[in-house]
Design a protein around this ligand. Structure first.
Ligand SMILES: [Fe+2]
Length: 339
């Protein structure tokens, strides 16, 4: 099972400008065949169906702990796409066609279907599919597949890095290149322990030097390229049976297994509203007010309710915080609601 934290794996700040076509391009890193949805679901389902996991614990712990990190990668790349889309369509009166320019964006699903948000699809608009999951029940075949998957993923990340200068995208891609490199190396190391074969010597590809990418180099400089995280305080520690010893790709420095989550994880930026896309609603004040009432009721937030000028719940849902917030206040009825 999983627990969840509101933090993102890395600190991430809002980019200076929107980049909706850049967001369309890096959809490949989320929902492409070699994207984060694929790495997550391959390892997730391999771990669910793992044969003799007690006898093969170092290998099970490897696949299981990387699974947890991949869920965080899905979150990171989705967040980057959402940040790139924020502000990409203007506000305005519907009759003025404020969304007209969105017709010319690479991905109209971002606007029409996602309300200014990411979609679980690749850069050409194909939805991610479970057909991208390989879970054979054969340890060596799965490890080799995973090595190949991480190899392709790093290649795609490097290509996408070169497709945008948007800083949110580059920050995420730089980090994912380093972490993908760790996972690629880990599966290669596991294969060497099982079979004696060094797959990294078979083909020196992709020959990507992370040190040349500033957004990747900074993670190398703090040793992230030598660390695997268990994402658990108590479990998966036997991954050290695979991930240990000197790293030939890190000047012979020792590999490390870190119990728990990365220490640099941080709360991420808040994605703002987009009223012309009804995100979060056509008149968000009433929902903000309901949420503020709920927080105040629970004594868990210092936020105060808003001015209550837009509740559609007045008089219709007596127990709702929105209704109680409206007492004695002027309201604007929902124009779409039939009386
Ligand atoms: Fe990943």
């Amino acid at each position: 099972m999983f627990t969840r934290s509101e933090k993102l794996l890395i600190p991430l700040t809002k980019p200076a400008n929107p980049d909706p076509n850049g967001a369309a391009a890096i959809q490949e890193l989320l929902g492409g065949k070699f994207g984060e949805m694929s790495t997550l679901n391959n390892y997730l389902h391999q771990s669910f169906g793992f044969k003799e996991k007690k006898k093969l614990k170092p290998f099970y712990d490897l696949v299981a702990s990387i699974t947890a990190e991949e869920l965080g990668h899905v979150e990171l790349i989705s967040t980057a796409i959402n940040l790139m889309l924020e502000g990409s369509v203007p506000e305005g009166e519907p009759t003025d066609a404020p969304l007209e320019d969105a017709k010319n964006l690479r991905n109209t699903h971002h606007t029409v279907v996602g309300g200014g948000g990411h979609q679980v699809m690749d850069s050409m608009g194909h939805f991610w599919t479970g057909e991208h999951v390989f879970s054979s029940g054969n340890l060596v075949a799965d490890l080799l597949h995973n090595f190949f998957l991480e190899t392709g993923a790093r290649m795609h990340k490097h290509r996408c890095y070169q497709m945008t200068t948007n800083q949110a995208a580059r920050d995420v891609i730089g980090y994912l290149m380093v972490r993908g490199g760790v996972h690629q190396a880990a599966y290669a190391l596991a294969l060497r322990k099982v079979t004696g074969v060094e797959v990294t010597k078979m083909l020196p590809t992709p020959n990507i030097d992370d040190a040349k990418i500033p957004e990747a180099r900074k993670w190398q400089e703090i040793g992230s390229h030598r660390r695997l995280y268990t994402f658990s305080e108590s479990d998966y520690g036997d991954v050290a049976g695979v991930w240990s010893g000197p790293a030939d790709w890190a000047d012979g420095e020792e590999l490390e297994v870190i119990k728990g989550v990365p220490e640099y994880a941080a709360e991420g930026p808040v994605i703002g509203e987009c009223r012309s896309l009804f995100s979060p609603d056509y008149a968000p004040e009433e929902i903000y007010e309901i949420a503020a009432q709920l927080m105040q009721k629970g004594g868990i937030s210092p936020l105060q309710p808003g001015d209550g000028s837009h509740s559609r719940f007045q008089g219709s849902v007596p127990d709702s915080p929105g209704a109680s917030a409206q007492n004695g206040r002027k309201t604007t009825p929902n124009p779409t609601k039939k009386k």
